[in-house]
Design a protein around this ligand. Structure first.
Ligand SMILES: [Zn+2]
Length: 610
């Protein structure tokens, strides 16, 4: 071990601890946790947190509020999911926690079929990740099958680009569907079922004007089309394929125009859309709605458990009613809450205008919660998986702070990220070290290639050496790198400003006493005092000999108080050691004392988190 004291935070474990304690407190007190009780428990469990407890109060309060919005049943199942967390070491020695989801109702081992049905109308985001991870996890848990089905029946909104983006995102997440299919592959089957539905008086073709339909729906009144004969509707249905114009006719479910659930007031099952489909071209013009396609496809595909987000809850009645009229098998529909982060919109409706206005730079802008953006930012797919499972399968709305995901990610990248030195240019001073003489090169950390050279500047003698630095304080497999050092370094001004007359340690190098800081705080002089590790302030450094300029993008919360945050993308210019230009694109580095960053382009990094 050297004296690189960059510590890896246990923030994620603290957040999980708080969540666990809040859940327990709630379950023990009729579903309502209390901030003061949970705070006391946190201190009792982790006395070391006592001094910093004030800073944790907002997190504890937010967690308690989130937990208190859950039903007691949900609290119990979430607590159980956490309790079942098994800590283990993964292949690469990284600690992982495994979470088990609560059992599925009516699940038979070997017979469970789940599906993830995204519409290819945008980029996949953290909400999709939640759905797909849970769907796949349940299929694996019951040794069943998992289907990826593109629900692509609205050609106006769908694009080839989005199918590819979804496939890329899922592949990156490590999702392995047993079957991949498109709803648009089944159009003929869907037409057949529509026809059957007309034959059993379960559907009718309505040719009323859209405004009239809307009005009737609101007032709960049926239109004249409803009472036409079955034969008339079969004929109208046929005309939908070649004669009616868009909006002139729709196939409606024969529901209940007086139902208190307005979804049941004769909803649309098929409509005419004249638009080229990304896969099927112009082959079809009559397209099913989500309601029809989802229920019939699920039943045909053998889905046993159809998991979908809670916003569809009111549509469950229709889902089952369509299948009942058709005499088709009913999958069991289960809801889970949507997942999004505070201040990070997930919907295409909100992201697309930001891209158009140039306020974010594309779907993979690191401020967005799309998978492409999270990936670019250096969030690991395993972290997303663990994060989703740690939240459990609950119906209560969850808007966990992004820091929870960061904390899990930090634990995963900590063991593999190269440690590199960098000094921000807005907090930088040039330090010249005197008194090295020929000693530079004999120290414990300095290898044998020391050489004496003539300083090009003033012609004065100065000593250069090549220093070997470990790439990671504990993971020896990451090896080491060589840095050429002279007697001038960029160091953080904030470390030097108050160190005049004091001894400091240049991390992994040697100790110096800061003698003088020049006017304007641009340069400082120091005297070499020895190699031995001492208990003095540790300062990172970048050798002026081989400093390179790098840029680090620092994503922050995109929306604050529901308003676009113009400060949401910070840019830090810094000096880094030249090795920063040699790392593989996409790899993670930890800039010591700054944070974990992903190499995005030559000399450009994106900060993942501290
Ligand atoms: Zn009508």
């Amino acid at each position: 071990m050297g004296d690189d004291d960059s510590s890896s935070s246990d923030g994620g474990d603290i957040l999980l601890l708080i969540r666990g304690l809040a859940l327990r407190n709630a379950v023990e007190h009729g579903g309502k946790a209390r901030v003061d009780k949970v705070t006391a428990k946190v201190i009792a469990t982790r006395p070391d947190l006592r001094s910093g407890i004030k800073a944790l109060i907002p997190t504890i309060t937010a967690t308690v509020e989130e937990v208190n919005r859950m039903s007691v049943e949900e609290q119990k199942s979430a607590l159980e999911a956490m309790g079942q967390g098994i800590e283990g070491k993964g292949e690469e020695g990284v600690e992982r926690k495994q979470y088990a989801l609560p059992p599925l109702p009516d699940a038979v081992m070997g017979r469970v079929v789940t599906r993830f049905p995204p519409e290819p109308n945008g980029y996949p985001h953290i909400g999709h990740a939640k759905a797909v991870v849970i769907d796949e996890e349940y299929a694996r848990m019951y040794r069943g099958r998992f289907i990826l089905r593109f629900d692509d029946t609205n050609p106006v909104k769908e694009r080839r680009e989005y199918y590819d983006a979804i496939m890329d995102g899922l592949r990156w997440l490590g999702v392995r569907p047993d079957i991949i299919k498109n709803t648009s592959d089944d159009m003929e089957l869907l037409y057949m079922h529509a026809q059957r539905l007309i034959e059993v008086d379960g559907a009718y073709v309505c040719t009323c004007r859209p405004e009239a339909i809307k009005r009737n729906r609101a007032s709960g009144v049926g239109c004249a089309c409803r009472s036409l004969s079955r034969e008339e509707h079969m004929e109208r249905w046929a005309r939908m394929f070649n004669e009616y114009r868009p909006n002139q006719a729709i196939l409606r479910f024969m529901g209940d125009m007086r139902s208190s659930n307005t979804v049941m007031r004769d909803p649309t099952l098929f409509r005419i859309i004249e638009h080229e489909h990304p896969l099927k071209g112009e082959r079809y013009r009559v397209w099913p709605t989500y309601d029809f396609a989802a229920s019939v496809e699920d039943s045909m595909d053998g889905v046993t458990h159809a998991l979908r987000s809670k916003e569809y809850e009111l549509r469950n009645e229709l889902y089952y009613a369509i299948l009942d009229r058709l005499g088709m098998r009913r999958p069991l529909v289960l809801e889970f809450s949507r997942l999004e982060f505070e201040g990070m919109p997930v919907s295409k409706r909100r992201i697309a205008p930001l891209i158009e206005k140039g306020l974010v730079k594309g779907w993979d802008d690191p401020r967005l919660p799309t998978l492409a953006a999270l990936r670019r930012r250096g969030i690991q797919p395993e972290a997303i998986r663990e994060f989703v499972l740690s939240l459990g399968f609950t119906k209560a709305d969850t808007k966990p702070p992004f820091e929870v995901l960061e904390a899990i990610n930090r634990r995963m990248v900590d063991a593999h990220a190269l440690r590199l030195f960098m000094v921000r240019r807005d907090d930088c001073i040039r330090l010249r070290v005197k008194g090295l003489g020929s000693e530079n090169g004999e120290g414990q950390h300095v290898t044998a290639t020391a050489e004496t050279a003539t300083d090009a500047g003033g012609g004065s003698r100065s000593t250069h050496a090549t220093v070997r630095l470990r790439n990671h304080p504990t993971n020896d497999a990451l090896g080491s790198r060589y840095v050429r050092v002279g007697n001038e370094f960029y160091v953080p001004l904030s470390d030097i400003r108050d160190a005049i007359g004091r001894e400091i340690r240049l991390i992994d190098l040697y100790n110096v006493v800061v003698e003088r800081v020049g006017e304007g705080y641009t340069h400082a002089d120091a005297r070499f005092t020895g190699y031995g590790v001492k208990d003095v302030k540790k300062v990172q450094w970048v050798s002026v000999d081989e400093a390179v300029e790098v840029k680090v993008l620092v994503p922050r919360q995109l929306y604050v108080d529901d308003k676009y945050n113009p400060e949401s993308l910070g840019v830090v210019h810094a000096y880094a050691e030249s090795y920063a230009l040699k790392v593989d694109m996409g790899s993670m580095v930890q800039f010591v004392r700054f944070g974990f960053c992903r190499a995005d382009a030559q000399g450009v990094f994106i900060m993942a988190h501290k």
